[in-house]
Design a protein around this ligand. Structure first.
Ligand code: PEP
Length: 248
């Protein structure tokens, strides 16, 4: 299966950052030949310009969130159709920063994932436990409940991606151990196969949480890890391409 490498720029990036994207795009064709798909999810303000700047290179783009509705009185929100119109192929939904900062429940995340599908985008649905939940021995139960509540009801091959991102590992420099990642990805994999049958095994499960060039190779070798969702290390072409170099 293709390895999926996605950069989440979060609330970072001005026009000057387009150069970083162009440098990443220059490697996208070669990456694809080596079995790695590259995607950058810039802030909404840059999405159209960045998509235009990298068009035809093989580097895909995505939004970081979407509203569940197509259009309407939702000041400040962006619909999945608008992301598609701006050139996106993907949309991240349910990132822990949105679950925490905007009170997004799994039901809301599911509606957003369905909006992404409706618009012809591939949703990247994020799940992950907090430090307190892990310490209480509840990590697997919390994550599987998020998966169950956040994914669309039906599934056809290639429709969506999951990303396991332990909240305590995001932006902290702390990384889940390959053993813990294997256990959690195995549990998610089993859930998806139980829910969708053998086709559920084709849903990529990305790991996210302080991924960088030092830890990526080991994480990507772990069972049922189909790629990585990268925050901080994706902000420069150098950081992102160093990860590409060690995984393929
Ligand atoms: C993220 O934003 O999804 C993320 C995993 O961030 P970082 O790589 O910086 O931990």
């Amino acid at each position: 299966m293709t390895i999926v490498l996605v950069g989440n720029w979060k609330m970072n990036g001005l026009e000057a950052s387009l150069d970083e994207a162009r440098q990443i795009a220059a490697e996208a064709g070669d990456a694809s030949r080596r079995g790695v798909s590259l995607t950058i999810c810039p802030p909404a303000t840059l999405l159209a310009r960045l998509s235009e700047a990298v068009a035809g290179t093989g580097l895909s783009t995505g939004g970081q969130d979407c509203h569940a509705r197509v259009s309407g009185p939702h000041t400040g929100d962006v619909s999945a159709e608008m992301l598609k119109d701006a050139g996106a192929a993907y949309v991240i939904v349910g990132h822990s920063e949105r679950r925490a900062d905007h009170g997004e429940t799994s039901a809301i995340v599911k509606a957003k994932a369905e909006a992404g599908l409706r618009a012809g985008l591939t949703p990247i649905i994020c799940v992950g436990e907090t430090r307190a939940e892990r310490e209480a021995g509840k990590a697997e139960a919390v994550v599987l409940a998020q998966v169950e509540g956040s994914i669309p009801d039906g599934f056809a091959s290639g429709q969506f991606i999951l990303a396991y991102e332990p909240v305590w590992a995001i932006g902290t420099g702390l990384v889940a151990s390959p053993q813990d990642v294997a256990i959690m990805h195995g549990a998610i994999h089993n859930f998806l196969v139980g829910r969708f049958g053998p086709i559920g095994a084709t849903i990529p499960i990305l790991y996210g949480g302080s991924v960088n060039a030092q830890n990526a190779a080991e994480l990507l070798k772990t069972a049922h890890v189909g790629g990585a969702l990268v925050g901080g290390a994706s902000l420069t072409a150098d950081g992102f391409l160093k990860i590409l170099k060690v995984i393929a």
